[in-house]
Design a protein around this ligand. Structure first.
Ligand SMILES: [Ca+2]
Length: 177
């Protein structure tokens, strides 16, 4: 039985984002450089960039947060410039088959499917792609360099059969300066 729908994911993301905003307290003082995480918002990917919001305040976005459901296809997270280096780290559990016990972002060791997003990577692992680029294995934590400009996309390593998937991961993407 499916417990959480996509609307619930969006709500959880909004709550998380709101808590981050509250935790930040008063706005930054001029001259201070403060990180501003990009929350799980209903924004076009092009608008979710690692950018500084103004030279005077120097408020910079240095990380993005996303809840990635197991039962969704490629999910847009943040826009990357070509050559931009980011660290991607994931927590939580999910599964590509609800009859299996949940697993983390490393997936099920040795489990393969020729029809998976990355056939020679563990089923249930976290995978990424920049724009229309090739899929990359992420797992629990890794760094990637964007080989092109485009939206960073995340999903579970699975076949096109996403209906029997459950759970989600919380994923943080941090810009590496
Ligand atoms: Ca599946």
């Amino acid at each position: 039985m499916r417990v959480l729908g996509k609307q619930t994911f969006a709500l959880l993301g909004a709550i998380f984002w709101a808590s981050v905003m509250l935790a930040c307290g008063p706005g930054p003082q001029p001259g201070h450089k403060e990180p501003v995480p990009i929350g799980w918002l209903e924004l076009p990917c092009q608008e979710m960039r690692f950018t500084c919001l103004g030279s005077e305040k120097q408020v910079c976005r240095t990380s993005a947060l996303a809840l990635v459901p197991a039962d969704s296809d490629w999910q847009e997270v943040v826009w990357l410039a070509q050559g931009e280096q980011v660290s991607i780290s994931a927590s939580g559990t999910w599964t590509f088959d609800r009859n299996m016990p949940p697993t983390d972002a490393n997936g099920y060791p040795g489990a393969r499917n020729a029809g998976a997003t990355i056939p020679d990577a563990n089923l249930g692992s976290l995978v990424a792609r920049v724009g229309d680029g090739p899929p990359l294995l992420i797992g629990l934590q890794t760094r990637i360099v964007a080989d092109r400009e485009g939206c960073l996309l995340l999903r579970i390593n699975d076949t096109a059969d996403l209906e029997d998937n459950e759970g989600w991961l919380k994923v943080e993407i941090a810009r590496m300066d």
